[in-house]
Write a protein that binds this ligand. Sequence first.
Ligand SMILES: Cc1cc2nc3c(=O)[nH]c(=O)nc-3n(C[C@H](O)[C@H](O)[C@H](O)COP(=O)(O)OP(=O)(O)OC[C@H]3O[C@@H](n4cnc5c(N)ncnc54)[C@H](O)[C@@H]3O)c2cc1C
Length: 260
Amino acid sequence: MYESAHLISSKTTTQFDEFPMRDEVADYPSHGDLREYFTDFAKHFGLIDGFSFDTEVIDTEVINDEQSSGGWLVTTRDADGNESTHQHAGVIAANGTLSEPTIPTFAGEFGGEIMHTSAYKSARIFTDKRVLIIGAGNSGCDIAVDAVHHAKSIDMSVRRGYYFVPKYLFGKPADTLNQGKPLPPKIKQAIDTRILRQFTGDPSRFGFPSRTTRSMSRTPSSTPWCCITRGTATCRCAPMSIGSKKLASASKTAASPNTT
Ligand SMILES: Cc1cc2nc3c(=O)[nH]c(=O)nc-3n(C[C@H](O)[C@H](O)[C@H](O)COP(=O)(O)OP(=O)(O)OC[C@H]3O[C@@H](n4cnc5c(N)ncnc54)[C@H](O)[C@@H]3O)c2cc1C
């Protein structure tokens, strides 16, 4: 996890109701806060004894033998490479859909360093480099904001327009507004679109393509624009190709209003 990572969902919408986060934790907790929270949660509910850390599940097999009580045979490998098989009544596969990085292949040759977000830790690696960030999802935007303090220049490549949601709206964490009173999707989208237009303006002024989807139909990105447009480095948005797929977008150098 990168040093600067903070949640994009605020603490009250992220925590389990029966085990709230500590009062000292900020509205948008850091990854360290979350690690502490999960550890405290596991201790509080006595879960730790049931876990085998640093252990990989390498095989699961359903037991079809009529003489046995059924269940599953689960084979694991620990950090020392020792394998063992145990019988369990059931298996829940919760291996995550995004735990394995997908690294795009590029046509032609590129002599620079290519790094997946999952390997990124600290913005110091960007010092005096020209940086291209592919994608303006939450991680891409976080890294752009980090890099702007160190890099010589930053470009972002995107294939569609994005909605950028400020972390606070009307003095409250943005995701806490209207909690518990869900609106019909179309009304919510219409209201959100208007609010975002007021708060963040039109991202196309930085070269991002116009948004073609409705707000909240895809995950929005949460980014402090003032950091992206900090005077020391300018973030530009431009199209590029990955393999045979062209990532469409406008190409325009962002104006840097020098906001800090
Ligand atoms: C930078 C960042 C910020 C985020 N911010 C937020 C946020 O603010 N709010 C929010 O709600 N979500 C956020 N998310 C998304 C959230 O982290 C994921 O949606 C969530 O972690 C998915 O949980 P999961 O249990 O499905 O998978 P994971 O958290 O990916 O857990 C899967 C686990 O399974 C393990 N595993 C995989 N294969 C095996 C195997 N064979 N044997 C044993 N173990 C295995 C993996 O090592 C991993 O530990 C963020 C994600 C990132 C990267």
